[in-house]
Design a protein around this ligand. Sequence first.
Ligand SMILES: Nc1ncnc2c1ncn2[C@@H]1O[C@H](COP(=O)(O)OP(=O)(O)OP(=O)(O)O)[C@@H](O)[C@H]1O
Length: 368
Amino acid sequence: MSLLRINDLKVHFPIRRGVLFDRTVGHVRAVDGVSLQIRKGQTYGLVGESGCGKTTLGRAVLRLVDITEGEVLFDGRDLAGLDGESMRRERKNLQMVFQDPLGSLNPRQNIGSILLEGLQTHGIGGPAEGEGPPEGRKRRALVLEDQRRRVVEALERVGLSAKALTRYPHEFSGGQRQRIGIARALVLEPDLIICDEPVSALDVSIQAQVLNLLEKLQGELGLTYLVIAHDLAVVRHVSDVVGVMYLGGLVEEASGDDLYETPMHPYTRSLMSAVPVPDPRVEDTRERILLAGDLPSPADPPTGCRFHTRCPWRQEERCDTERPELRPVGDAAGGGTHRVACHYAEQILSGEIRPNEEMAERIVHGAG
Ligand SMILES: Nc1ncnc2c1ncn2[C@@H]1O[C@H](COP(=O)(O)OP(=O)(O)OP(=O)(O)O)[C@@H](O)[C@H]1O
């Protein structure tokens, strides 16, 4: 069953001009028609280069940015249609872990009060309604005691102890701060956690520890993750399903292994080919595709396939005019999960359509 289902999501930011910024002269189409689903207990990894709309998609799910169009069904409820108060209540079930743990933790608050804040905002902890002592000092003491217990439990789950409660963010290392960021999300017992570049601010040696922690917590608590990252290795490490975004749209989606073994979209192939291989013999002979040109502006995206202006396999007319749908390919037709938004994915994969080498800065063909 899917916990999160996004249908044709669009987030367009108005571009304002004029002395009072009161004239809208266009829109940045940060997310432009994305549909995906995440099953309960799974990890969906979203990759793509900077500016492709990954963060905006994550923020739209939490309604931290306005949704222009589309549905965000969380456990069957459409978050896009909720009013402010209902969304605030819903937010305890969807938490976010940010890239920069220091920037997202208030330096003047100690860890105890950072973690308590969410519980207090959502009124979590203490005796159930109608039980325990009536409103008053006794009840407040019970609530605080229960909240403190929850905070300590969350800290212990991420490998820290109650000693952290009275300390401040700057007293911790980067990896520990990210653990605190995770504990802050966990304390509310959410169903879905959106991790936006969860390890990109950390030393490589610490990255695997934090990713392993996320996996361990998923096993223990049955969490569902949306992991947003530009680093393919990070996404591969943790994801059951990987989605590749380009200029506001999903261009390919498959189970992690499938995507890494058989990337079908020319953009995915170029992303993969940019990752160095440790073995020099493989490194010298493998396919490398360096795309020419920069990412076009999301305020004025190309017609047809968004990628056609940089695609070495572009076929005139159709690619320039017809936006390809994300369609099932290969085994996916038989119930698998590989989907690709390219008119010619099969012919490109089989070699029937050859790349135009002038469109790429350099294509080094693998030995095979
Ligand atoms: N509040 C905003 N107002 C206007 N444009 C925005 C806003 N937020 C993001 N954008 C634009 O939307 C596009 C997508 O940005 P987004 O941050 O979602 O991309 P990203 O793939 O997450 O990149 P990065 O990894 O650099 O954050 C970019 O062109 C960005 O400039």
